[in-house]
Design a protein around this ligand. Structure first.
Ligand SMILES: [Zn+2]
Length: 268
């Protein structure tokens, strides 16, 4: 999965020399931490779908933005995914460990002087825990922006879905399309199957009431229909996600991150 921008531009935190990081610090840089998971994704997709997508988005964004540095931090590849332990391939952190890792990584980047920080998540099970990490960090006056990539394109996902009704799913229409666009050599479409998506509540109540996930109950570990996936769909979705992430970085660069002390002394 380790890739560099096709242009050869140096954007990976771990490859930069000290003076390059110091120079970046003088230009109000944005640091993106890709956050994902290593887990089963049905019989046709590799285990690293959920980290590969934010990682590619981050690298392409760093390449597109030229006016100031966008740096890609080492990806947090392991996430919170105990409910995918049903099929071989999944490696999960406990909830507390995952939040601790995000907090430690963010604190370290912040302590190095980088105050514009995006935790770019690509795994459903990480969504609330990543937000919880950001909330916990805010108590310490460390302010990452935590977001999950598909929330940048909910309207497009809904409008463009043939089968999965706007959901990113799991090894379904959209994740498979993104893999076919980004890494077709790692997908085996001859093994792709559609799984029935069983909600505990009916479709109306299920919009607002759900249980946290436990062991998944699909026959093949898929949520959605990969049989309608295509590289062209993946390319179309990736392009809009990239546009939104670039726009976020540009606006983030222009604004000052919040600082606790600016809000007065009404808190202890
Ligand atoms: Zn996934």
């Amino acid at each position: 999965m380790l890739m560099r921008p096709p242009s050869g531009e140096k954007v990976l935190w771990q490859e930069l020399l000290r003076h390059e990081l110091e120079a970046a610090l003088t230009q109000d840089p944005v640091v993106i931490v890709p956050v994902g998971s290593i887990e089963q994704h049905g019989p046709h997709c590799p285990q690293d779908v959920d980290i590969s997508i934010p990682y590619h988005l981050a690298i392409r964004t760093a390449e597109v933005v030229d006016e100031f540095p966008v740096i890609v931090a080492p990806p947090v590849s392991l996430g919170f995914t105990h409910y995918n332990m049903g099929e071989v391939g999944t490696i999960t952190l406990s909830l507390e460990t995952f939040i601790d890792v995000l907090c430690d990584v963010s604190r370290s980047i912040w302590a190095n002087g980088f105050k514009r920080l995006i935790l770019l998540n690509g795994h459903g099970g990480n969504e609330q825990p990543t937000w919880a990490a950001a909330v916990k960090l805010a108590e310490e006056d460390v302010w990452p922006v935590a977001l999950t990539y598909w929330n940048m394109a909910l309207d497009e996902l809904r409008a463009w879905s043939e089968a999965d009704e706007g959901s990113i799913g799991h090894g379904g229409e959209w994740e498979t399309s993104l893999q076919l666009y980004l890494r077709p050599e790692l997908v085996d479409m001859s093994r792709a199957v559609k799984d029935e998506w069983r909600l505990k509540f009916g479709p109306d109540i299920g919009r607002y009431a759900m249980f946290p996930e436990r062991r998944r109950e699909m026959a093949h570990g898929v949520m959605g229909d990969p049989l309608v996936a295509s590289a062209a769909k993946g390319e179309r979705l990736f392009a809009i996600l990239l546009e939104r992430l670039v726009a976020l970085c540009r606006e983030y660069h222009e604004i000052d991150p919040p600082r606790y002390r600016e809000f007065g002394s009404h808190c202890p």
